[in-house]
Design a protein around this ligand. Structure first.
Ligand code: FES
Ligand SMILES: [Fe+2]
Length: 426
């Protein structure tokens, strides 16, 4: 045992067979910018659930790779996605996070999307309906039929989730997901779902670190709640970790012993069986989707995390909780309580995860001493095997055309161990 000299710290840790990534993939702006174009513009992303736009003309807004996006349910009931940008002179169109087009916006008309700048109007299918003083200004040179909103690839699938892709002809959603949904989909598709919880948080971390904490269970030592209800229970270390093409991964189920957590306020779904359809009682399944989506199904509640990277060290995370649409009031109350007890902003699990990744960001920041970050646990594809992390970075490396362990091609130029330098090539 020894303390690490500067040279040792900057060379690799342990045996040369231990997989790692270079910490600059979390901290460098040039890598972040490249991720935006090579990953986030080229992935199917979960943007909402259909229950969040229940009525015709309901809408929600979001952004993908900094592009404003509007999700609109048409009068025909069909959910469509558009670039939320006016084709006239580029102003953003819908400016609220959610609402209904039934109410006219200021200077607009009901049922129409009206740009606040020069009042061009569009319907919920993206057709232009009105250009004020069109003939006076454009004569025959511009008709309403010449313009319209830019419609994006959009599908509703896997239990009513709305998926959007910025590219014109993306790989089909079902092909992108492959068999990754096979294990969890039966529980999501058996009955209509409904979002009962949605909160957003801007977290000081790189989005990949958040996805990592959703992809490895070794850190369950940090969670007192998980230690008591899961880690000490039979079957925990047998949970199977499986990787799928395009960077996705799943974790198989186990029965969680919520009663092992002794607290007068906590009696999670044990007394009444509210576990999701077809799920074993108090089962727990997880699906991680590249590049930043997690579906976490624990007995009575489903949690969805979606990441929107803001910079190399900030990410907007949206947390949703879902139950069954047919819930009675008391069932829903129970599900909400189960969800919030673990995953609410003041729950017994979520704040610890947030603390974990923000502490990583304090240790790895732009210009900081470089680090080899280990992803090297191998336990026969069981729960503490970091196969999910390694699989994610295989896909990441493929997309970027850079190695996650050697993002600047330094090791490739040298047979010697790579000295990490603070800061990346900019
Ligand atoms: S920018 Fe939208 S109407 Fe002019
Ligand atoms: Fe965690």
């Amino acid at each position: 045992m020894s303390q690490q000299s500067t040279l040792e710290w900057r060379t690799r840790i342990g045996s040369s067979s231990l997989p790692f990534v270079d910490s600059r993939i979390y901290t460098e702006r040039d890598i972040f910018d490249e991720e935006r174009t090579k990953i986030w513009r080229k992935s199917w992303l979960l943007v909402a659930h259909e229950s969040e736009l229940p009525e015709p003309l309901d809408f929600r807004t979001t952004s993908i790779a900094r592009e404003p996006v509007a999700i609109v349910r048409g009068e025909d009931g069909v959910v469509r996605a558009f670039l939320n940008v006016c084709p006239h002179r580029g102003a953003i169109l819908l400016r609220e996070p959610a609402g209904s087009l039934k109410q006219a916006s200021p200077s607009g008309s009901p049922k129409r999307i009206t740009c606040m700048f020069h009042a061009w109007q569009f319907d919920a299918k993206g057709h232009c309906l009105s250009i004020p003083r069109r003939n006076a200004g454009y004569q025959e040179r511009l008709e309403c039929s010449d313009v319209g909103l830019h419609q994006l690839a959009c599908e509703v699938a896997y239990g009513g989730f709305i998926w959007v892709h910025l590219e014109a002809n993306p790989v089909p959603l079902r092909e992108y997901m492959g068999k990754a949904f096979d294990d969890i989909a039966p529980h999501l598709e058996a009955e209509p779902l409904e979002v009962f919880h949605h909160h957003k948080a801007i977290i000081s971390t790189n989005y990949k670190l958040w996805h990592e904490t959703n992809s490895e269970f070794y850190h369950d030592y940090m969670h007192h709640f998980n230690r008591v209800t899961s880690m000490q229970q039979a079957g925990y270390h047998d949970r199977h970790y499986e990787a799928f093409p395009f960077g996705h991964a799943t974790v198989s189920s186990m029965e969680v012993k919520y009663t092992a957590y002794e607290h007068e306020q906590v009696n999670l779904a044990e007394s009444r069986d509210l576990s999701f359809p077809l799920l074993e009682r108090n089962g727990w399944k997880l699906l991680d989707l590249f590049p930043g989506i997690t579906l976490n199904l624990r007995g009575s509640a489903l949690r969805i995390d979606t990441a929107t990277p803001l910079s190399e060290d900030r990410v907007l995370i949206e947390f949703r909780g879902l139950g069954l649409k047919r819930d009675t009031a008391s069932e829903r109350e129970r599900r909400v309580r189960d969800h919030n007890t673990i995953w609410g902003p003041f729950g017994r699990n979520l704040p610890e995860d947030l603390l974990g990744v923000t502490n990583q960001t304090l240790g790895m920041w732009p210009g900081s001493e470089g680090l080899h970050v280990l992803h090297g646990r191998q336990e026969n594809g069981r729960i503490h095997d970091e196969i999910g992390l390694r699989h994610y970075y295989e896909e990441w490396s493929r997309r970027l055309g850079r190695s996650a362990s050697d993002p600047y091609g330094e090791a490739a130029q040298s047979a010697a161990p790579t000295p990490l330098r603070a800061g990346g090539a900019r």
